[in-house]
Structures are given as structure tokens and as C-alpha cells.
Design a protein around this ligand. Structure first.
Ligand code: ZN
Length: 100
């Protein structure tokens, strides 16, 4: 008979306690309560930095052997006939990934 009493106790404890609805507008603890403008600042888009200018159109093309030779586009050096290379600011660094 003990089991029956236990079941009755559980049945009595089943009804939930009276709680205010979470969406009740009159409840100050409701999650739907309007927050101050703090969240708006988080949604504000960040200020993007302007992209750096393309370095390919700075000085055009030049001859690796004759720095005085400059052309706005690719071509050949009129002095030695070599293919002109894009003139990059601050050069003098040759990379020869050949025989090693
Ligand atoms: Zn040249």
C-alpha cells in the first residue's frame, strides 16, 4: 500500500506552481523587455579602412638593366631589347630561383 501513497503524493505535486508568464508585458523580468540603446551600438557597422591603391600603375614598366627606360605599359627595352618589368617602388632585390 505504500506505493499507492507515493503515487498519490507525486500526483499532488504534479501541478506546476503559479508563475507569471515570461512574455507578460507587466513582468519586469520578461526577456522581451526593451533594452536601452546598448544593443544598437553592437549592431553598428565598423568603419572599414580604405583599400590601399594598386601598386601596379605607379611607375609603369622599366628595364631591369636600364632604370632610365620607362614605359606606361609592357614592352621591350629600346636599348637592350629585354622585356620590361613592372617598376615596383624599392627594388634592387633580385630573386633567381634557378639552380641551387
Ligand atoms: Zn635595357
Amino acid at each position: 500500500m505504500r506505493l499507492l501513497i507515493l503515487v498519490m503524493l507525486l500526483a499532488c505535486a504534479t501541478p506546476p506552481p503559479p508563475k507569471p508568464a515570461p512574455l507578460d508585458p507587466s513582468n519586469p523580468d520578461a526577456p522581451e523587455a526593451p533594452l536601452p540603446a546598448r544593443s544598437t551600438a553592437l549592431d553598428a557597422p565598423k568603419v572599414e579602412e580604405p583599400p590601399p591603391p594598386a601598386p601596379s600603375q605607379e611607375d609603369g614598366y622599366t628595364c631591369p638593366m636600364h632604370p632610365e627606360v620607362k614605359q606606361p605599359g609592357p614592352g621591350r627595352c629600346p636599348k637592350c631589347g629585354m622585356d620590361l618589368v613592372p617598376n615596383k617602388g624599392g627594388g634592387g632585390h633580385h630573386h633567381h630561383g634557378g639552380s641551387r
